[in-house]
Design a protein around this ligand. Structure first.
Ligand code: 13P
Length: 253
């Protein structure tokens, strides 16, 4: 059975002290929900990982990126091995902000995926189209090619370590959410695309999250869809009240 997941992506927000405070509050409030059927993941900046890991006993931790290379003279980079050494279990890869602002291509992402898997990190792999692609009716083709070129070189065993996040770029940080019908339609398509490469069982077991202006108000409707297994939350993960409301919406279904 695939997991229900609510993951926060803090992006480049929160000082170390602010991040620890937020993580403590979220962790304690999630603990009070026990037994929770939802996996909660906090995607923090690199420097927060180790400290947040020390206090997190009810939530898991994710990095937001990792290096393409194993180790060595790559000033400013952070390797998958370093991330794993903090106790972190997940890494977000292929986020549209990394693809568009930092030129991360499918080839670069393939390397990052390999480094993450070599270090036993599970991957939240983001896909999604820009507005022009959707308006041109190319959104399915774009997402299919991101899946095929970024991930479909993996073995069936390796693919069990992948969580997909569908994040339409036009919905990220814009306040414009995909409708639940648009999300469900794309999630179904993603699951069918995975099934055609890895079979029905693997596709059924893969968690597919929605991301893009998901908030306390719209989470309930999005999570009511059968193929929407949870959310990857940006802005609304920065306030404990908002994030907990989204977690509660996930728990309901
Ligand atoms: P927002 O929830 O702020 O739109 O961000 C979504 C996102 O990019 C999560 O990775």
């Amino acid at each position: 059975m695939r997991k229900k997941i609510v993951a926060g992506n803090w992006k480049m927000n929160k000082s170390l002290q602010e991040g620890i405070e937020l993580a403590k509050e979220v962790n304690n409030r999630v603990k009070a929900l026990a037994p929770s059927q939802t996996l909660i993941i906090l995607g923090t900046p690199f420097i927060h990982l180790s400290e947040v890991n020390k206090i997190a006993d009810s939530v898991a931790i994710s990095a937001q990126n990792c290096a393409t290379e194993v180790s060595g003279a790559y000033t400013g980079e952070v390797s998958a091995a370093m991330i794993a050494s903090t106790g972190c279990q997940y890494v977000i890869l292929g986020h549209s902000e990394r693809r568009s602002y930092y030129g991360e291509t499918d080839e670069i992402l393939q390397k990052k995926v390999m480094r993450a898997l070599e270090n036993n990190l599970d991957i939240i792999f983001c896909v999604g189209e820009v507005l022009a692609d959707r308006e041109a009716g190319k959104h399915f083709d774009i997402v299919k090619s991101q899946l095929e070129n970024g991930l479909f070189n993996l073995s069936a065993e390796q693919f069990t370590h992948i969580i997909i996040a569908y994040e339409p770029v036009w919905a990220i940080g814009t306040g414009k959410t995909a409708t639940s019908a648009q999300a469900e339609e794309m999630h179904q398509f993603i699951r069918a695309t995975i099934a055609s490469r890895y079979g029905e069982k693997t596709a059924d077991d893969t968690s597919i999250l929605y991301g893009g202006s998901c908030n306390a108000k719209n989470a309930d409707e999005l999570f009511s869809q059968p193929n929407v297994d949870g959310g990857l939350i940006g802005g609304a993960s920065l306030k404990a009240d908002d994030f907990l409301a989204i977690i509660n919406a996930r728990q309901k279904h």
